[in-house]
Design a protein around this ligand. Structure first.
Ligand SMILES: C[S@@+](CC[C@H](N)C(=O)[O-])C[C@H]1O[C@@H](n2cnc3c(N)ncnc32)[C@H](O)[C@@H]1O
Length: 174
């Protein structure tokens, strides 16, 4: 397990361990919105033969077989944020991610986690998805006009129906 070597707007090091609890140890792990790679670097275990595919502004793939996917797209217009934060920025790709995931999430071979704001993806909850709410509580959230601080409280991980159940170390459910 490693730490991302530099701070990154929207970096997910704080919830990397939660993502891995939900995905387990998939033989094929995909992370299309890689950024600083905080989640992949936080992988607790790796065995020879596992495949890890990462990208940052690339093509969508399909028919992936058994896999775990972590999507962390740029926030959509719902965030009311500054534009062009990333070299490749988009306020619509978060919606594309949700639509792409919707049907595939029903297949037992797919475990999907989508990071974003609660309001962006809450409609998934009526389709068997779960949600883990968290707060960034610092770093880039405190920069700027105060919107970042307000948004820091809205963070959520949405997990698809075939993800593993979230259980705390002590055996409690989250
Ligand atoms: C919220 S950040 C990901 C942060 C990352 N999870 C981390 O922990 O550092 C979103 C990333 O998506 C990338 N991105 C933006 N538009 C994209 C697109 N259309 N396809 C793939 N990546 C894109 C951005 O460059 C940025 O690095």
């Amino acid at each position: 397990m490693l730490k991302a070597p530099f701070p990154y707007f929207g970096g997910k090091s704080k919830v990397a361990s939660v993502v891995w609890k939900l995905l387990g140890q998939p033989k094929h792990y995909l992370e299309p919105f890689f950024g600083s790679g905080a989640v992949l670097l936080g992988r607790p275990d790796y065995h020879q033969g596992m495949v890890e595919t990462v990208n940052d502004n690339g093509n969508w793939q399909d028919d992936l077989g058994s896999c775990g996917i972590f999507f962390d797209p740029p926030y959509s217009e719902i965030a009311n944020r500054r534009k062009n934060i990333y070299t490749h920025d988009s306020e619509s790709v978060a919606h594309d991610v949700r639509e792409w995931s919707r049907d595939r999430a029903q297949k037992p071979s797919y475990r999907i986690v989508i990071a974003g704001y609660y309001d962006e993806h809450k409609e998934l909850l009526s389709e068997g998805w779960g949600v883990y709410k968290w707060s960034t509580g610092g770093g880039y959230a405190n920069v700027g006009n105060g919107q970042g601080r307000k948004n820091a409280e809205k963070e959520a991980l949405f997990y698809s129906p075939h993800c593993l159940p979230l259980v705390k170390e002590q055996g409690e459910l989250f």
